[in-house]
Design a protein around this ligand. Structure first.
Ligand code: SF4
Length: 287
């Protein structure tokens, strides 16, 4: 073995034993361009889907990332990897889920789950929250970040629910969107995870990143991403699909250095920032 070339750790899945191709000019792992060239020259040239893809490209055929068979393959891969995932935010009522989702913005679910049990013990009902001023709530949610805005949203939502909705969280997108601090992401979480109503796709930071890497959208605006996903994902899959992408984004398809070697979608993914690839890279497929 040439000096300076460090063998990649084998994948637990055994995926490393299949076809292995490093796209010329790209690194199959962390390292610079020089390392990539050395690694590429050290690897055997294997006929793989890459060479097929190149031939197809030369013949003028273009991959369609939104082809139903590809979308179905992505859904199947997610089903196998994450068959029954649900919302990771701890909650016992629709109101608690609404609050937890508001608090989860720019925070982690684990962090929110540390805060909310104490919070809901201190203020058990939506009426308790409605009786607060935002300043009174701030110390209790400080650790979730952006606590001033979140306090205003939570207290404002509680007041509106008490004054206009009889203290109940409505099962309706338009009504939910009238609550302070509630946009489509939060409304979709509550409708999908509590009421079982899939009226849209939850688009958070994970769904945004993965949808772009997987070329299911090229937008960055959450509403446009949601509309793109709603066109290609069957409506009955919207709730589960959101959860699956979020779990995949936390577990493997993380923002920096995604764990592509262990990813069940690897052969379907052409993301430009992959850390491992057996298929052609698409330079525009990036977060
Ligand atoms: S192959 Fe890598 S970039 Fe693509 S979905 Fe899997 S983890 Fe994400």
């Amino acid at each position: 073995m040439a000096r300076g070339i460090i063998p990649r750790q084998p994948a637990k899945t055994g995926r490393h034993e299949g076809n292995r191709h490093v796209t010329p000019g790209r690194t199959a792992g962390v390292g610079g361009a020089a390392k990539s060239r050395r690694a590429s020259s050290a690897l055997p040239k294997i006929k793989s889907s890459t060479s097929k893809g190149t031939k197809a490209a030369k013949a003028g055929k273009k991959d369609n990332p939104l082809a139903p068979e590809r979308v179905n393959a992505i859904l199947s891969g997610l089903d196998q990897a994450y068959p029954d995932v649900t919302c990771a935010l701890t909650h016992k009522t629709a109101w608690q889920l609404l609050v937890a989702t508001i608090l989860s913005a720019q925070s982690t679910d684990a962090n929110v789950n540390r805060v909310t049990p104490v919070l809901f013990q201190k203020y058990p009902t939506v009426q308790d929250f409605a009786a607060l001023s935002p300043e009174q709530l701030e110390p209790d949610i400080r650790s979730t970040g952006f606590f001033r805005n979140k306090s205003k949203s939570v207290v404002g939502a509680a007041k509106k629910l008490v004054e206009e909705f009889g203290g109940e969280v409505p099962e309706d997108m338009d009504k939910l969107l009238t609550l302070p601090g509630v946009a489509r992401k939060t409304a979709n979480v509550v409708l999908g995870s509590w009421f079982g109503k899939g009226v849209g796709v939850v688009v958070d930071t994970h769904v945004t990143r993965l949808s772009r890497r997987l070329e299911l959208t090229n937008h960055t605006d959450p509403r446009k991403i949601e509309l793109d996903l709603m066109k290609i994902i069957p409506p009955e899959r919207w709730i589960l699909f959101s959860h699956q992408l979020i779990w995949h984004g936390r577990k493997l398809c993380v923002a920096r250095s995604p764990k592509c070697v262990d990813c069940p979608l690897e052969k379907l993914c052409h993301a430009a920032d992959k850390t491992w690839s057996t298929v052609e890279i698409h330079k525009n497929a990036k977060p």
